[in-house]
Structure formats: C-alpha cells, structure tokens
Design a protein around this ligand. Structure first.
Ligand code: ATP
Length: 368
C-alpha cells in the first residue's frame, strides 16, 4: 500500500479542489494513506507536517464544488534547481511519500517528471551524505508520479480538455452576455480581452458561444497589414445589416503573422478611427479563474483523480509517468513527457510562425 500525495501547482484553476477530493478519497478507499502537499513545490521543498500533511476522509468534505485550490498553489524557483529537488526528496522520504499526483500546467508536470527521472540519483546523494538511512534508501527506491492537467488555458496536447478550462469559458461567456446588453443599448463596440497565454482556445470558444463579430487568436494570425482591413470589413458589414453592438474577442497572446503582439487598445483604436464606433475595452482578468467549477470540470476532475490513483498503483519502475487525459469523452493515460514535449513544440512552432505545424501538432497524439 502506497503513501500517495497530491499537489496543485502553477496557476490556479477551478476544479483543482475536486482533484484533491477525488485523490484523497480514492487513495483511502484503496487502503493507502493520502497526503496533501501545500503551496505546490514550495511545500515539498519546505517539508514537515505543516506542508506535507496527512489527509483523512473528512478533511476534504465539501471542497469538491469550491473554486481555486484550498491546499494552495505557488511558483517555486528553488525546485527548478537540483539542491531544491534534493531537499524535496528528503522531505518526501521523511514523510514516507512514495507516489505523487501533480495537478498543474506543463511547467509543473515537467518538474514532476524531472523529480522522478532524477530520483535514483537524489536518494543516492542523500544516502551517501547520511541524510537518510540505508533502510529508507531501500524502501524509497521507486517514486511513482502521475500528472493531471489543471489549467484554464486548455493548452496541453494529447488531452481534449484540461481541468478548469470549461469553467473559465463559462465565466467569459457570462461576462460577454452582460456586456452584450450594455453594448446593444448604446450601440457600442466592446473589445474583450481574455486569458489563454499562447493558446487561443478560450478566445475561440468564447467567440463561437457568444457569436462575436471577430476573434483574434495566436494560432491563426493575419499579417500586420491585413488584420485591420479584415476586421473592419466584417464589422462594417454586420453594422450595415442593422446590428447595434459589436463584440471583438482578443486572446491575450494574439499576434500577427510576423509575430507582433496585437493589443486590445490597438484593436479599439482601429474601430474608433476607421469605423467611428464608440468603443470600450474590457479586460476580464482574474474573474476568469475564479468562482465555482462548472459541472463538466467537477466530473472531469473527479474521474481523473480516481484514474490517477489507479495509475500510480499500477506503475512499476519501467512505466513512463502517465498523464491522465480526456480523449473523445474517455479518460485515458498518456505518457506525461510526450504530452509536455508536444505542447512545447506547439509553442515553438507559433514562435517561428509555423502556424500550420502548430495546429497539426496540437491535434496529434505523438511526435514522429
Ligand atoms: P500554468 O500553465 O498555470 O502557468 P505551470 O505548471 O506551467 O502552470 P509554471 O510556473 O511553469 O506553471 O510551473 C510551476 C512550478 O513548477 C514552477 O514554479 C517550478 O517550481 C516547477 N517547474 C516548472 N518548470 C520546471 C522545470 N523545468 N524543472 C523543475 N521544476 C519546474
């Protein structure tokens, strides 16, 4: 029976609490001990029962439907360096942890994979320096790792949905519905900026769900010369057909095909100067991350949390660390590092203006 720890790391996402809930209760149900690592990797590096806390069944009561992450999340610089990971390894062994489930973005999952691949050398270093006993060394030779993607951006390859993305999308659409009413009343244009980093999923889906007039996403940019004409032509046509409101959605990572950032302010200025529209910018900001998770995220997080516990119990030292994903409505296991590698390749392809490759990679399962 393993001692299974769960951690939330990187940016918070609605549904992370449901992951913790599912992992803790499934672990206990399977006869294991469950632990929560507080404040992401910072908690692993700091260690002790305050940061690596055993969780009982009732400790997660009621949290499934709560937004954010009650066990905290953080960005931790020291874990990026080997001495930080040596300390994390020592703290995990002191707490008796032999399996770790990380819910976070690609950075957090890269960190998790690094910890597992370095584990043999980390425990050897600790033993050689007499920081752990020979008995602890033998008992902790294997660390099982499993990843669940917690991110509002829905930017991870090999999974159709990440925990939190549909909640953020719902929040954006609600906000646009509110804006619609005032835009329509005053016959105004609104430029709505949404999160998503290098990924346009939130902007694209929100645009479809709210019938926006125009959408800017990083994956399908126009040239610096053309985007203004294209947008103005479409918006002007809609106005000519009697539409009283204009909604333009801009992904925060929107770019031109020559990789210049397109800001909401620039878009607004074009609508004012070229179409003479009374235009406002609304940057939705952190409300997109907040609030309770939508039903989809609660279910996704719950099913993935259960699967993650099963996965760490199934793995042996030869199994590549799994990522729990969703493919065509089925919960699946994929090699974690493969998913992170493809995700990074998508970002690289966008950085080098190879947008077709980026789209193909995002849909792909494996890099050839
Ligand atoms: P989000 O998508 O919300 O930004 P993320 O998990 O990608 O989430 P990061 O800030 O990239 O967020 O990573 C979270 C933490 O994971 C970092 O603060 C660091 O502690 C750890 N981490 C990230 N990359 C690495 C790495 N290459 N090696 C070791 N640890 C890492």
């Amino acid at each position: 029976k393993r001692n299974i720890a769960v951690m939330t790391s990187g940016g918070d996402a609605p549904g992370m609490n449901a992951v913790v809930y599912a992992v803790v209760r499934t672990a206990i149900f399977k006869g294991c001990k469950a632990f929560a690592v507080k404040e992401g990797y910072e908690g692993l590096v700091r260690g002790g029962p305050q940061y690596i806390t055993e969780m009982e069944w009732q400790d997660v009561r009621g949290i499934l439907s709560e937004g954010g992450t009650n066990i905290g999340t953080a960005r931790c610089m020291s874990f990026r360096e080997r001495p930080g990971r040596v300390q994390a390894c020592k703290n995990m062994i002191d707490a008796g942890i032999d399996a770790l489930i990380v819910c976070g973005g690609d950075g957090s999952l890269t960190g998790a994979d690094k910890l597992r691949s370095e584990w043999p050398s980390l425990i050897k270093e600790l033993r050689d320096n007499n920081q752990i006993t020979e008995e602890q060394y033998i008992k902790h030779k294997q660390l099982n790792i499993c990843g669940i993607v917690g991110s509002i951006d829905n930017d991870m390859a090999t999974t159709d949905a990440t925990v939190g993305a549909y909640s953020a999308l719902a929040r954006i659409c609600k906000a646009v519905d509110y804006i619609d009413a005032t835009a329509n009343s005053h016959s105004r244009a609104f430029v709505v900026e949404v999160m998503g980093r290098n990924c346009g999923w939130l902007a694209l889906m929100a645009g479809i769900a709210t019938s926006a007039d125009y959408i800017f996403i990083p994956e399908k940019p126009s040239s610096s010369k053309d985007w203004q004409d294209q947008m103005c032509e479409i918006v002007a046509t809609h106005r000519a057909h009697g539409k009283r409101k204009t909604i333009v959605i801009v992904a925060e990572g929107a770019i031109t095909s020559d990789l210049k950032h397109i800001s909401s302010k620039e878009v607004k200025d074009v609508l004012v100067e070229r179409l003479n529209l009374d235009t406002r910018v609304t940057t939705l900001g952190h409300v997109q991350r907040g609030g309770t998770p939508v039903v989809f995220d609660r279910i996704l997080a719950s099913l993935q949390g259960v699967e993650a516990v099963k996965a760490v119990l199934d793995c042996d030292e030869n199994t590549p660390s799994p990522l729990i994903g969703l493919k065509e409505h089925k919960i699946v296991r994929r090699p974690l590092m493969e998913a992170v590698k493809i995700t990074k390749s998508v970002a690289d392809a966008i950085q080098t203006s190879d947008f077709e490759k980026a789209m193909a990679l995002r849909d792909s399962e494996f890099i050839e």
